[in-house]
Design a protein around this ligand. Structure first.
Ligand code: SAH
Length: 345
């Protein structure tokens, strides 16, 4: 507005229309002069993510496939009803899982998002747009945001932090920092940068292996940032933030589900006071990995419990709607011929 020779008050008005009244058309901004509305409409768009086929799920998890207005690519956003004790507080009714990139460059061996590689970063508008669009469809407010959709949020740091600022701001979406969780595959230097970022968000680490040997097999990023380096960053995080770190640990049969891994995981969690979320693996078509039996999941869980580590064993949600990271978008883009069907040995 300053560049247009408009007063700061005009900026306030536009922000109120976008985040307060949630209009999607500059023409609706009736307290702006028509000439200003037209000029803004010529330069910006207010609908960065477009709804497509909305998936339902028997367990009331709802998965949205959004089309990006800018280039027609697809991203996934998942709305999850009350999951007590998962990431936010017990009282959180609605958690929204948002994407940060189209595809992903990190190539975790179990994950559908990285199967076709990275296409591009989402801009801040496309990240915030997922929240606005999900709230519009659900006709409800989201309590909790988790960056656990497609992509590696810390590889898109500038747009991530800009989006978090808007999501957190009282003039924006107004979600408290403790209700925003950034999940990462373990980019150590960026974890340290995020520790210094002014909005005190929560941190979740996709650990999935409690030794370098096991983690390296399924997460190539571990070669760049082995566990020693990762934990150095986590100790730095702990000196800067009061909130406890969460370790996510997907249980994959015969890969990381041994009781020895559970012991190692407990040993790594204790000094940080970290919480552990055990997640039975969501099978991905074309990938060979399986979830362990419930008995084996529970045995793993009991080892952590025995060590007094705060731990949850997640009941699956959304398996019937291909809600595992990246699955739905892959189906859509394969059908449209945007990406080739993944072939994995
Ligand atoms: N790149 C970030 C955030 C996106 S992935 C990260 O790695 O944390 C969000 C979570 O979903 C991660 O913990 C990831 O490991 C997990 N995930 C990916 N594919 C999965 C699958 N098939 N089943 C269960 N969890 C999966």
């Amino acid at each position: 507005m300053a560049a247009r020779g408009e007063s700061a008050f005009r900026a306030k008005q536009v922000v109120e229309w976008i985040y307060g009244k949630r209009v999607q058309d500059f023409a609706d901004m009736t307290n702006l002069k028509p000439a200003l509305r037209e000029a803004l409409a010529g330069e910006f768009r207010l609908d960065p993510v477009l709804p497509t086929n909305q998936q339902g799920s028997s367990d009331t998890t709802r998965k949205f496939l959004f089309k990006l207005a800018r280039d027609g690519r697809y991203i996934e956003t998942v709305l999850i009803p009350a999951s007590p004790g998962l990431y936010g507080d017990q009282a959180d009714r609605l958690t929204l899982c948002v994407s940060s990139q189209v595809g992903c460059a990190f190539d975790c061996k179990f994950c559908a998002s990285g199967l076709a590689g990275l296409t591009r970063n989402l801009d801040a508008g496309e990240i915030v747009g997922q929240v606005i669009e999900a709230e519009r469809i659900a006709q409800d407010r989201v309590d909790n945001i988790v960056f656990m959709g497609m992509g590696e949020p810390l590889a898109n740091f500038a747009n991530l932090t800009k989006a978090i600022t808007i999501i957190n701001a009282h003039w924006g979406i107004g979600i408290g920092a403790r209700h925003i969780t950034v999940s990462t595959s373990g980019l150590a230097p960026q974890i340290e940068k995020l520790a210094d970022f002014e909005v005190p968000v929560r941190l979740a680490i996709s650990l999935h292996g409690a030794s370098d040997e096991v983690r390296e097999r399924i997460m190539p990023v571990n070669r760049k940032y082995p566990l020693d380096r990762l934990f150095e960053a986590l100790r730095y995080w702990s000196t800067r933030k009061k909130q406890k770190i969460t370790f996510e640990f997907i249980l994959i049969e015969g890969v990381n589900d041994s009781l020895e891994q559970a012991e190692l995981l407990a040993r790594r969690s204790r000094p940080l006071g970290a919480k552990v979320n055990l997640i039975p693996y969501n099978t991905v078509e074309g990938l060979p990995w399986k979830r362990p039996s419930v008995g084996r999941q529970e045995a793993f869980f009991r080892v952590l419990q025995g060590h007094g580590i705060p731990c949850t064993l997640r009941r699956e949600k959304g398996h019937d709607i291909a809600a595992a990271c990246g699955q739905l978008r892959l189906k859509q883009e394969t059908a449209e011929g945007i990406v080739e069907a993944p072939v994995k040995a």
